[in-house]
Design a protein around this ligand. Structure first.
Ligand code: AMP
Length: 299
């Protein structure tokens, strides 16, 4: 496995592979790799000839009160995982290499970046969009893989790639979870034992919302109350948001219909957890003017 730290060297490598007709895959990460990242890497490995994993803790997507300095950076373990998974290039630039003195450019999206995570973390998606654009320009991948765990981010990258004609196919891989439902995250290591026990409440709340939809409930107010009540039963957890929204635009919905996303973010102590479920709302069958669920017309 080749380790590249200099952006210009990354661009030279990708230019050579493009000339040779080799397809390139990219999995962008902030390191502290876990089984969620491994699943993305395996997915990408199957879709390209040469695979790049980037490890870069991007300062521009952290707010001033966030965990940039204490974010875990176990580089030797990350290198070993990438080598084991047959990664061709581990791209691990320094902060100074990515943002040299004089760097001025930002890439910013509109509505999609302002909702949900954007309200709680105002500059987050500008940082994400800027670094992803830069990575795509350097690596020029044919396919880039993101996790559904960060669903708003994945939608934003799909939009960005389309809007700027960046030419990569954006693949979104399902969320990898612990057996108790907690979505894997590099930040889970911050949880104390008691907090870790409380953390699956977010997934339980989203599942409760999903169960409500399956039972025929369509009103956002009711679905939202069910999700909030689930989190309220866990004293260590505070809600940032729990929402029912359109799965494509992330606009909030008054009623569940079509493809919807249940989105959630909670805080447990200083740790922030996010998660989501995508649900196709079953259409109610109409019989004799009345609406019933799951019944055939008998006449
Ligand atoms: P991060 O290192 O947290 O920036 O994440 C890098 C990529 O891994 C992003 O596309 C995330 O959505 C994805 N990812 C993180 N956790 C998971 C998970 N539990 N399951 C699937 N993908 C994940």
């Amino acid at each position: 496995m080749n380790i590249i730290t200099v952006p210009r060297a990354m661009a030279v490598w990708s230019r050579r592979l493009h000339r040779e007709g080799v397809t390139i895959g990219l999995v962008p990460t902030m390191g502290a790799l876990h089984e969620g990242h491994r699943a993305l890497i395996r997915k990408a490995r199957l879709s390209c000839d040469a695979l790049v994993v980037s490890v870069f803790v991007n300062p521009r997507q952290f707010g001033p009160a966030e965990d940039l300095t204490r974010y875990p950076r176990p580089f030797a373990q990350d290198r070993a995982l990438c080598a084991h998974e047959g990664v061709d290039v581990l791209f691990a630039p320094s902060r100074e290499a990515m943002y040299p003195p004089g760097f001025q450019t930002v890439v910013a999206l509109q509505e999609l970046a302002r909702r949900w995570e954007g309200t709680v973390r105002p500059h987050h998606f500008q940082g994400v969009a800027t670094v992803v654009t830069k990575l795509l320009c350097l690596v020029r991948p044919h396919v880039v893989v993101f996790g559904q765990k960060d669903y708003q981010q994945a939608l934003l990258v799909q939009r960005l790639v389309e809007d700027l004609n960046l030419g990569a196919r954006v693949v979104v891989h399902p969320t990898v979870r612990e057996p108790d439902g907690l979505a894997l995250s590099s930040r889970n290591v911050y949880l104390t034992t008691a907090q870790r026990r409380a953390a699956p409440v977010l997934y339980r709340a989203l599942r409760a919302g999903w169960a409500a939809i399956r039972s025929g409930i369509r009103s956002e107010a009711q679905i939202s109350r069910i999700m909030h009540d689930t989190v309220a039963a866990e004293p260590l957890a505070q809600v940032d948001y729990l929402a029912l929204c359109d799965a494509r635009t992330l606009e909030p919905l008054r009623r569940a219909a079509g493809k919807v996303a249940l989105l959630g973010a909670i805080r447990i102590g200083k740790v922030r957890l996010i998660d989501n479920l995508l649900v196709t709302v079953p259409a109610k069958k109409r019989t004799g003017g009345r609406i019933r669920l799951g019944e055939q017309r008998s006449d």
